[in-house]
Design a protein around this ligand. Structure first.
Ligand SMILES: Cc1cc2nc3c(=O)[nH]c(=O)nc-3n(C[C@H](O)[C@H](O)[C@H](O)COP(=O)(O)O)c2cc1C
Length: 459
């Protein structure tokens, strides 16, 4: 039997108001969409018509924009957003096939509560749920969760590893056929089909079982995003999808090779773990039209927003005229040093104004921005896909809904015409549609069962 041709996996990363930080100001943007479920639902249904594999929601439980005061913050659009699991449960009710993946942090949740929520979403959606496992990065979230500062990086990852094991252990609380619900016999479940977890670790103590039957996928699809050594190791051990943010093909190829090697070293099949960078397509029917759109988007960045955005890397420039050249050398910073060095070299070669710098940084949100005709954008996506840089893409709209409509109606048909994107959904669950590893219940037949009495039962 021959294997079917490898196809791109495609997600739609639904950033509220669009991924461009000033996208909400675009003439075709619905500036209230972040709080408008019907608006979201329309886009997701259109994505399902285009056979997009899944919708993806990034998240943080805070307004994560550092700011001096409300006046400064009031210029920003990325403020309000729905709680993602709540949103996905509602989306599940109005869609049938598209996957539903959202972010939840292991730093600001309890594993029992989260295992229950994702298992519930998997039931509600008939096997379409996915969890993007993150440890968080912002000080602002810490302040909302009874802490004074962001937890240390290594502790965050230590907790993430244990958290994940507890969640997956809870998902295996019940054999697939444990619930017999035999009315005549008066037996609701087979006792030997229940497995207590009895986890006692450095950070969590969880008895189980989960108060929900095993879900259609057993384990919802696992996505992970984090680029450091511990982040990559966590991804290699647990993830089905690695969400990433490279802009340069060479760097993406290095990341791809490194991740696949780590997956193999973790004893898993590298072909079953998808590397999916974000991409923001800016699409025109001609190259000039696309460039005009990009220029228009750059012009939407309010100076206060732009200056705040670059202050971490370039220092406080709020007293400068944005039309001045960016002053060099750049200040010492605790931020991403490699990025600062790259900028310094570039500005030494080609001086840019402060405005030009923040406009460029604003548009990208750290991801690949690809500006051109549908064919030009498809060329880049195909090249990376076929040249060992990715297994698919997470599409990001610069503004909503127009930016998403552009790639759904113009780019997706081009990818399908090339045989790169699927023409229909195949399989019963998100996991099977993506061709991922099935996760059998490893605790099925486990000697440890309901009779295990490590912890007394109480109501
Ligand atoms: C592409 C990408 C997307 C991410 N998305 C989120 C997110 O939505 N929410 C969040 O709290 N952290 C997010 N993170 C942060 C990571 O999960 C991780 O907590 C952080 O990057 C620190 O880990 P690292 O040093 O391994 O990158 C993201 C990271 C990357 C690289």
């Amino acid at each position: 039997m021959t294997n079917p041709p490898r196809r791109m996996k495609i997600g739609i990363n639904m950033v509220q108001n669009g991924a461009h930080n000033s996208g909400w100001r675009h003439p075709d943007a619905d500036a209230g969409i972040a709080n408008d479920f019907k608006g979201y639902a329309r886009i997701i249904k259109a994505a399902e018509e285009q056979k997009i594999d899944f919708m993806f929601l990034a998240d943080g439980a805070a307004v994560r924009i550092p700011h001096k005061d409300a006046e400064e913050l009031s210029r920003h659009g990325h403020i309000d957003r729905f709680e993602p699991l709540t949103l996905l449960a509602a989306v599940a009710a109005v869609t049938d096939r598209i996957g539903l993946i959202c972010t939840a942090s292991t730093t600001y949740n309890e594993p029992y509560a989260l295992a229950r929520k994702f298992a519930s979403l998997d039931h509600i959606s008939d096997g379409r749920a996915g969890w993007n496992v993150v440890t968080g990065w912002s000080e602002e979230e810490a302040l909302n969760f009874s802490r004074d500062a962001l937890m240390d990086h290594s502790e965050r990852y230590e907790r993430a590893n244990e958290f994940f094991d507890v969640v997956t252990g809870l998902w295996d609380s019940w054999d697939d056929d444990a619930f017999v619900r035999d009315k005549a016999e008066g037996r609701y479940f087979r006792p030997e089909g229940m497995h207590l977890l009895n986890h006692k670790g450095p950070h969590y103590q969880v008895r189980g079982p989960l108060n929900l039957a095993r879900s259609p996928q057993g384990h919802p699809v696992i996505a992970q995003a984090g680029g450091s050594g511990p982040g990559r190791d966590l991804g290699a051990r647990i993830a089905d999808i690695i969400y990433t943010g490279q802009k340069d093909k060479g760097i993406a190829q290095e990341f791809y090779a490194d991740m696949k090697a780590r997956v193999a070293a973790a004893g898993r099949d590298p072909d079953k773990v998808m590397i999916m960078p974000g991409i923001m397509p800016i699409i025109g029917t001609t190259e000039a039209e696309a460039q005009a759109k990009l220029d228009e988007m750059k012009s939407l960045v309010h100076p206060a927003v732009g200056l705040q955005l670059i202050s971490k890397m370039f220092g406080d420039l709020s007293d400068r005229d944005p039309e001045e050249l960016m002053p060099l050398p750049l200040p010492e910073s605790n931020g991403v040093k490699s990025a600062i060095v790259q900028w310094e070299r570039r500005l030494e070669r080609t001086p840019m104004t402060i405005r030009q710098v923040y406009e460029e940084i604003s548009i990208s949100s750290g991801h690949n921005v690809c500006c051109g005709t549908p064919a030009q954008i498809a060329d880049l996506m195909q090249d990376w896909f076929e040249d060992g840089a990715c297994d698919g893409w997470n599409l990001m709209a610069p503004y909503m809904p127009g930016g998403a409509e552009d790639f759904l109606t113009l780019l997706m048909p081009e990818l399908r015409r090339r045989g790169l994107a699927q023409t229909d959904y195949a399989g019963d669950t998100l996991r099977s549609r993506l061709g991922l590893e099935l996760r059998p219940n490893l605790r099925s037949g486990d000697a440890q069962s309901a009779s295990d009495e490590a912890i007394a039962v109480s109501h």
